[in-house]
Design a protein. Structure first.
Length: 395
């Protein structure tokens, strides 16, 4: 990785349309509060105590599956990464999965030396934890060191959880690139404390847009969009900073690719079942629970995103870390929820992420792949997974 031309950030030249809900700012902290909110009926808040009870006291809710080792090779890892794509495909946008929620995106060169590059949620540390000696440890390594990643022009962060925002990785990018950092509201101080100059930090609210350009390379629209999640890096800062999904649209070519990065998000809040063997979700066995699941409110933000920022040529959508369902559903999509997001945002193609690196929840590590395949049966469009270090190309 090496220093590149300095990116320039300007207000959106021709702003996109916004839904009526955007002006309400219902997600902002109420007077006297520091907490951002998920302003939808599709969300239910669970406390840290709820998590610990489920994790350590309700054994049937959190079965202990063996943690894989890197040697088992459950997830395919390509170390000889084809960053630019095969011959004949290089005038397409390309997204390379670097594990969990990290993607490297490049737009076509459009006759220049290279295209604009964006890095999403980069985490190259071994553990996603405040500690180097404890916390979730990778069972699948990154496909390359951060130093081998082609220099990004922009780094886009969805939120501040440790599996999405990593001190060591951000420090490397600060010192070895001239990239701009795009973050949701409330996160600027963390980057300033990490010694990143304020001139390189772009803090956005939901539905805000900026244009990013690099001389001789190209330009793109960067849009901050809603997601259903939460934040916190300690015991006392839950919800104190905003979370987001993002749009990156190529502005250089005649028909620039439109990319959606969902970050980390839920879609609906599933209640706790009275019978653990009959969940209230798409896997329900009883008619009653199937009907109850179908009647649950879903997050309206994704349909708004599809209507006002879509359609998308490619969507990067989380499909893992979803069990126990009643606990995780408000903030993490199941594969079935992910397919609903795919349809709501009007994406032509999608890649599943947020799986395959760390054991964060109670489902078996390869389960999301099979459930996603089943959920896509009969659904129009392409939505699957790729191996770590593999890429997908879009027009």
């Amino acid at each position: 990785m090496s220093m590149a031309a300095i990116p320039l950030v300007t207000p959106a030249a021709i702003p996109s349309s916004n839904p009526e809900s955007a002006a309400l700012k219902a997600h902002h902290p109420k007077p006297g509060s520091k907490r951002f909110e998920n302003p939808w009926d599709s969300f239910t808040d669970h406390s840290l105590w709820d998590f610990f009870k489920s994790r350590f006291f309700y054994g049937t809710e959190w079965p202990r599956h063996p943690i894989p080792t890197p040697e088992e090779g459950l997830v395919s890892v390509t170390r000889d990464i084809d960053w630019e794509g095969p011959e004949g495909e290089r005038e397409k946008a390309r997204a390379v999965w670097l594990g969990h929620a990290c993607f490297w995106l490049k737009f076509p060169a459009h006759g220049g030396e290279r295209g604009l590059r964006v890095l999403f949620d980069p985490v190259f540390s071994d553990r996603c934890s405040p500690f180097s000696f404890m916390g979730p440890k990778r069972y699948t390594p990154p496909p390359c060191p951060i130093s081998a990643v082609p220099t990004p022009d922009a780094v886009v962060i969805s939120h501040n959880h440790y599996d999405h925002l990593d001190v060591a990785t951000i420090t490397y990018l600060r010192d070895n690139t001239s990239c701009q950092f795009f973050i949701p509201l409330g996160n600027k101080q963390w980057l300033l404390d990490s010694k990143i100059p304020g001139s390189r930090i772009q803090e956005l609210d939901w539905w805000d847009e900026l244009d990013l350009s690099v001389e001789g390379v190209g330009s793109a629209r960067v849009g901050c969009l809603p997601a259903q999640h939460f934040t916190g890096r300690g015991l006392g800062d839950r919800y104190h900073t905003l979370w987001a999904s993002w749009q990156i649209r190529d502005l250089t070519g005649p028909k620039g690719a439109n990319i959606y990065f969902a970050g980390d998000t839920g879609y609906r809040a599933v209640p706790r079942p009275t019978d653990p063997t009959d969940p209230i979700d798409s896997m329900a066995t009883s008619k009653q629970n199937k009907e109850k699941f179908q009647s649950l409110p879903t997050c309206p933000a994704f349909r708004e995103i599809g209507n006002h920022r879509g359609p998308f040529d490619l969507a990067l959508i989380p499909v893992g870390a979803y069990d126990p369902r009643y606990l995780m559903s408000p903030v993490h999509c199941s594969p079935e929820d992910a397919v609903e997001v795919f349809r709501d945002v009007r994406a032509r193609k999608a890649v599943g992420m947020h799986w395959g690196a760390w054991v964060l929840t109670s489902e078996e590590v390869m389960e999301p792949v099979g459930r996603l395949r089943e959920a896509m049966r009969g659904v129009e469009g392409e939505f699957g997974v790729v191996g770590i270090g593999e890429g997908v190309d879009v027009e």
